[in-house]
Write a protein that binds this ligand. Sequence first.
Ligand SMILES: *Cc1c(COP(=O)(O)O)cnc(C)c1O
Length: 231
Amino acid sequence: MKTNIQTIKETIQKNCELSHRDASLVNLICVSKSVDSETTKQVVDNGMIHLAENRMEKLIEKKEYLADQKQIKWHFIGNLQRRKVKSIINEIDYFHALDSFSLANEINKRADNQIKCFVQVNVSGEESKQGLSVSEVEEFILSLSEFENISIVGLMTMAPFNASEVDLHLIFSTLNKLKVTIEEKNLNYAPCTELSMGMSRDFGIAIQEGATFVRVGSNFFNEEGNEVAER
Ligand SMILES: *Cc1c(COP(=O)(O)O)cnc(C)c1O
């Protein structure tokens, strides 16, 4: 695992250099959804701070297992059903998949404190993906102004599995432009300074296009020396 983490960090560094970005502005999230609590603990023992899960039950189980590790920031990256909001929302630091007013309403109602949320955007228009279309995002964010417990820290997207490099650059740069549009509105409840984009197969390109949070899963847990090709 140490080798894998080293390789991931080198890819981050390399792509920051390519795009003249400061690597300290790119937060590496380990998506631990595919491994058990003990393996997740190894990631933490190797210095990872940001952990992401997409199932409520699993996040809660791991949070209990790692209860003494107060430095961990917990990210929820999955589809969240409204009826489950109550049980999870006060357990997490970031929610990456806000995409409806009714979900925002429920989060606002159930949260004890302000929750850092990313609005999920389906940039490519792929049918199977969650998220708002690019043209819906601005109006959606403006509609959240009354929700005291929601802070829109940024935008999130997932690129299609088979996207070409050209497509990936276009998808990620489109999200970046949209982010800037919102950021420039200077909304106190929606600073929108962050971009959550890039997974194992495409986080290098996402960094070149401005990602501030990359969500990397499988590259942590492959057999050492057998990493998925990174680009
Ligand atoms: C699983 C998942 C990831 C990580 O995917 P890998 O290809 O394993 O790096 C990132 N983001 C979301 C939303 C996911 O569901």
